[in-house]
Design a protein. Structure first.
Length: 222
């Protein structure tokens, strides 16, 4: 594209620079994902937590996905926790990456007139492991991302968190991606002592459930 702009700026300058920008952003995104993955594997990825209302932060993370959904004629519904706040210690950047990755999938593997529902709730500890110390009263943040997209065949479901795994077929391949997203999500959740579960039905849709301990005053980097 850069060559084309050079050769015929009057024809390509506007459209071409836009394309270059968009593709550069994708490339940067991919680089970051690969970097995160490499750091995770080396045990060099650390949490850098702040204390505050994660709801405000999450609402900012969601905004571009509202717009993306609208462009694709997908209905986006968001329901915040009843008391409208999520006080916790959290790593803003990594929390954003988790939600973004799952949300982008729920839009990417959806269809026009489809729906994405994101709900945030606080609830009591329900994980298999005993609760770690320094939890807030709510104990768990439960993020549920439900879509009415193409769904995932039962046989493939156990593999979607594997590195580079993508469910086969041209329908999924028509979307961009590399199969890194969910591997990274899972890795980040290990750092945060959280979990992710999925259930799906082909043709009906998919539900991801992310559970995160509501740490308060904790030293997460244990
Ligand atoms: N909400 C969803 N609906 C249908 N399939 C999904 C959904 N989320 C993930 N998948 C499947 O899991 C695969 C792995 O997801 P991910 O690691 O994010 O890779 P990518 O998005 O780069 O393809 C996807 O390629 C897709 O086949
Ligand atoms: Mg993805």
């Amino acid at each position: 594209m850069a060559d084309q702009i050079e050769a015929k700026p009057e024809k390509w300058l506007a459209r071409g620079t836009q394309m270059i920008k968009r593709n550069s952003m994708h490339l940067l995104d991919l680089m970051e994902q690969i970097m995160d993955l490499t750091k995770l594997e080396a045990g060099a990825l650390k949490l850098s937590s702040v204390r505050g209302d994660a709801l405000e932060h999450l609402q900012e993370v969601i905004q571009p996905f509202r717009e993306l959904a609208e462009q694709k004629q997908i209905q986006f519904e968001f329901s915040p926790p009843k008391d409208n706040e999520i006080l916790m210690d959290y790593d803003p950047d990594k929390l954003a990456k988790i939600l973004s990755s799952v949300l982008s999938n729920s839009i990417k593997f959806n269809k026009p007139q489809g729906k994405v529902q994101l709900s945030l709730e606080k609830g009591p500890w329900s994980l298999d492991t005993p609760p770690p110390p320094h939890l807030s009263e709510g104990q768990l943040l439960i993020m549920t991302i439900k879509d009415t997209g193409i769904g995932i065949p039962e046989k493939q479901l156990p593999f979607i968190f594997d590195l580079f795994y993508q469910v086969d077929g041209s329908s999924t391949r028509s979307g961009e991606g590399t199969g890194i997203g969910l591997t990274l999500v899972k890795g980040l959740l290990v750092l945060m002592k959280g979990t992710i579960n999925v259930s799906s039905e082909v043709g009906k849709g998919t539900i991801f459930k992310v559970n995160l301990p509501l740490f308060q005053d904790s030293t997460l980097a244990m």
